[in-house]
Design a protein around this ligand. Structure first.
Ligand SMILES: Nc1ncnc2c1ncn2[C@@H]1O[C@H](COP(=O)(O)OP(=O)(O)OP(=O)(O)O)[C@@H](O)[C@H]1O
Ligand SMILES: [Mg+2]
Length: 282
């Protein structure tokens, strides 16, 4: 079934990170931007993370925060906090959308068996002294299947799905999945033409985390070189891997945008203005 005809009904996956919308007025502005996207004829699906908020809440409860290759090591305590914090953020986002006049449905990835995950095998990383070690991340999932029918139903009724990345395996056990990874698989399954990853930096920075020079456009092979050179580190690693999943599975273009830059989403998608990093297969 052909889903999109020109811009009208054009599906776009918009994923935003925990830090991107945490400032004063950020959520309200985002709600209005999604309303503008709908008015411009787009059909958005939203996915969000909540990394910084989860870490803060874990620290408040005296739990140790540990990340490996940009992924959170998730024991039972961390899973509990992640599920609570993400569902609270989800409710706040849905409220902000409602205030902006947007019909939205908040859901975990696990709702109606939408995103099926499986436990991720141990990841290989380096310990402090340069030795390779294998680390079991606990209840961290990788996506094995997306069933888009519930999302189709919502969108058919003019309702914007807002997904947080607590997913379940085929037995119903909860798994914490990186939000960018969920976004990429949902974008693919829903036939999105574009995926936008809204984060707290202007895009991929050429000098690495904390540097200034933005890479305005790049390809998957250049990204491989940037990972190899350790320019891309931390949370940017699963983010660029998500770009790869999306682009190799039918999503035409991926953009990384700064959520702190007012209306970057509208500038990019509606007006076609350059902003952030544009990623293509190359
Ligand atoms: N080359 C790079 N360019 C830009 N950012 C980088 C780079 N390498 C590492 N980073 C880090 O990646 C971070 C973005 O990923 P992070 O997972 O923290 O945020 P997010 O995915 O937007 O949010 P969430 O994880 O809550 O969904 C940046 O804040 C920056 O610290
Ligand atoms: Mg992240």
């Amino acid at each position: 079934m052909e889903q999109s005809q020109g811009i009208s009904g054009r599906r776009v996956l918009v994923k935003f990170g925990g830090n991107a919308l945490s400032g004063e007025g950020d959520l309200e502005r985002f709600g209005r931007d999604i309303s503008s996207l709908l008015n411009a004829g787009f059909k958005p699906i939203l996915v969000h993370g909540g990394g910084p908020e989860i870490s803060q809440e874990m620290e408040r409860r005296g739990l140790k925060v540990k990340k490996v290759s940009g992924l959170r090591v998730t024991d039972d305590g961390a899973l509990q906090v992640a599920a609570e914090v993400l569902s609270r953020i989800n409710a706040q986002v849905v409220e902000a959308l409602t205030r902006a006049g947007v019909d939205a449905h908040g859901m975990a990835g696990s709702e109606k068996g939408t995103v099926i995950a499986q436990k991720m095998p141990p990841v290989t990383t380096e310990d402090g002294s340069g030795h390779e070690v294998h680390v079991d991340l606990g209840s961290v999932g990788e996506v094995s299947h997306v069933e888009p029918s519930f999302l189709e139903e919502l969108m058919g009724d003019g309702i914007v799905p807002v997904i947080y990345p607590i997913c379940a395996d085929e037995h119903g056990s909860a798994l914490n999945v990186n939000a960018d990874t969920v976004a990429a698989h949902v974008a693919r399954a829903a036939g999105a033409k574009e995926m936008v990853l809204v984060t707290d930096v202007p895009g991929i920075l050429r000098g690495g985390e904390g540097s200034k020079e933005l890479i305005p456009s790049t390809t998957l092979s250049e990204i491989d070189r940037l990972i190899e050179a350790k320019v891309i580190t931390g949370g940017m690693v699963p983010k660029v891997e998500a770009c790869r999943i999306a682009l190799l599975n039918g999503v035409g273009t991926v953009y990384m945008l700064n959520g702190k830059e007012p209306h970057s989403l509208i500038k990019r998608l509606v007006h076609g203005q350059d902003s952030g990093t544009k990623i293509t297969v190359g």
